[in-house]
Design a protein around this ligand. Structure first.
Ligand code: PLI
Length: 463
């Protein structure tokens, strides 16, 4: 009998499991009831009714024993906690920014920086939008303009850096409104809403050069910057041998400042960072943080939270850790491909994004195909995912009409160090089963719509 030969050696997670948390397996009947109570919105489900929770990778990570041990060293002084100074040192070390204020999470940093940099009537160009980022820019009086490359809107295009900024689109905007009207360029990497797609260092350098020449500040949503650094290492010429830490450092060097939701890369449950090279912005942020968050040495966080963040930063740049994280997402992608399921290619850093327009091609966008798909996957297996389509895109500020985004996606997001390969297999089989039954779904009707970020609390019923 012919024996199998090893073609390629596998990777495995660089950790073993010390503590486990039981999860509940439920019946279809139970899930149907829970879904109805939740208004067919996966955000409104109780987590105890969820079997495998792929709603988000935000704050849902498993901390290491090193981080948990650090929690015991929390210095809960109101002012000048030692954990704050340790965290500040690590912000300098890993992100290369000299000035820093902590915030309770990412959107708090977005709020503060939007208020500081934006004058009402300004424009903020960005590589696609993120929900909270864009909202804070708009609340501060700016108009957001998407300047991402066109390839990012095509779910089948295998461009390795779909998070790149289209320099011509940026130049056209500057020409139209004038450089003085651009509050700052908002560059995220990887781009969450595009499917976790990275930008290249080459593109960043070009954008940085243009921004400098035109005296436009360049700011970085560095929430998942380590994933972007990994993709640069894997895909961009000249970076194959560089460490993740070195690539991250170089990326940050082109920016004037950055914000981070520490709930992602840093593998903690809560926390945010606002860091900059500008003393002037720092002073304004430090002053504003005491109004909205807490003293500038804790920013809405406990000392122990800051300790876990500082330690998480040291772990996030470990190559084996980030390879296993993205490797798990790639594994899910390979398995979904076996069933011919449409999703955004190439596979992104933190999530698989199912293409709901293709998956439920018989549903018009105002029947909320992605919302429908997320609800039906939950009904099938208890796997929780998230809509990233017309509901997330909200309404046009002027006309009040729905925004109709090109991408109508369902995101399956992988918390770091939480689920095993077997959980991924169960998830893939559930999606394959929903795919087989796809023609039976008729879409949803919205029955309640909140004013802001409607995807969090909106309610629906089946048609
Ligand atoms: O959830 P926050 O407030 O800590 O962070 C806001 C935020 C900012 N930028 C980016 C790229 C994000 O992905 C982000 C939050 N993301 C969430 C909650 C997510 O589920 O993707």
């Amino acid at each position: 009998m012919a024996k199998k030969k090893i073609m390629k050696r596998s990777w495995a997670e660089p950790f073993k499991i010390k503590v486990v948390e039981p999860i509940k397996m439920t019946t279809r009947e139970h899930r149907e009831k829970a879904l109805k109570v939740a208004g067919y919105n996966t955000f409104l489900l109780k987590s105890e009714d969820v079997y495998i929770d792929l709603l988000t990778d935000s704050g849902t990570n498993a901390m290491s024993d090193y981080q948990w041990a650090g929690m015991m060293l929390g210095d809960e002084a109101y002012a000048g906690s030692k954990n704050f100074y340790y965290l500040w040192d690590n912000v300098k070390k890993y992100y290369g920014m000299p000035y820093f204020v902590p915030t309770h999470q990412g959107r708090a940093a977005e709020h503060i920086i939007s208020k500081i940099l934006i004058t009402p009537g300004d424009y903020v160009p960005g590589n696609m939008y993120f929900t909270t980022t864009k909202l804070h820019q708009e609340l501060a009086g700016a108009t957001f303009v998407d300047v991402i490359i066109d390839e990012a809107h095509d779910t089948e295009n295998e461009h390795p850096f779909k998070g790149n900024i289209d320099l011509q689109k940026l130049k056209d905007l500057v020409k139209k409104v004038g450089a003085k009207k651009i509050a700052y360029i908002s560059m995220a990497g990887p781009v969450n809403m595009a499917g976790g797609q990275p930008f290249s260092m080459k593109n960043l350098k070009a954008v940085g050069k243009y921004a400098k020449e035109n005296k436009i500040p360049l700011w970085f949503d560095a929430t998942r910057a380590v994933e972007n650094a990994y993709f640069i290492k894997e895909r961009e010429k000249g970076y194959g041998k560089a460490s993740i830490q070195k690539i991250l450092h170089e990326m940050c060097s082109y920016f004037d400042g950055l914000w981070v939701s520490a709930k992602k890369d840093l593998m903690v449950n809560i926390g945010g960072i606002l860091a900059t090279k500008s003393k002037k912005v720092f002073q304004a942020a430090r002053n504003m943080v005491v109004v909205y968050e807490g003293l500038h040495t804790y920013g809405g966080l406990a000392g122990r939270d800051m300790e876990a963040m500082a330690r998480g930063m040291e772990e996030m740049v470990d190559f084996d850790t980030i390879r296993a994280r993205i490797g798990q997402v790639e594994y899910a992608g390979k398995r979904l491909e076996e069933f011919g399921i449409p999703f955004v290619k190439p596979v992104g850093g933190h999530a698989i994004f199912l293409d709901a327009k293709k998956f439920l091609s018989h549903l018009k966008q105002d029947l909320f195909p992605a919302q429908t798909l997320a609800a039906e996957i939950y009904a099938d297996s208890g796997v929780r995912s998230m809509e990233r389509g017309i509901v997330s895109a909200g309404r046009n500020k002027k006309t009040g009409e729905h925004n109709y985004p090109k991408l109508e996606l369902v995101r399956l997001t992988f918390p770091r160090r939480v689920y095993t390969q077997a959980h991924i297999d169960v998830t893939v089989e559930s999606i394959a089963s929903v795919y087989e039954n796809r023609k039976s779904f008729k879409g949803l009707r919205m029955t309640y719509e909140p004013k802001y970020l409607r995807f969090f609390q909106g309610r629906f019923e089946r048609i």
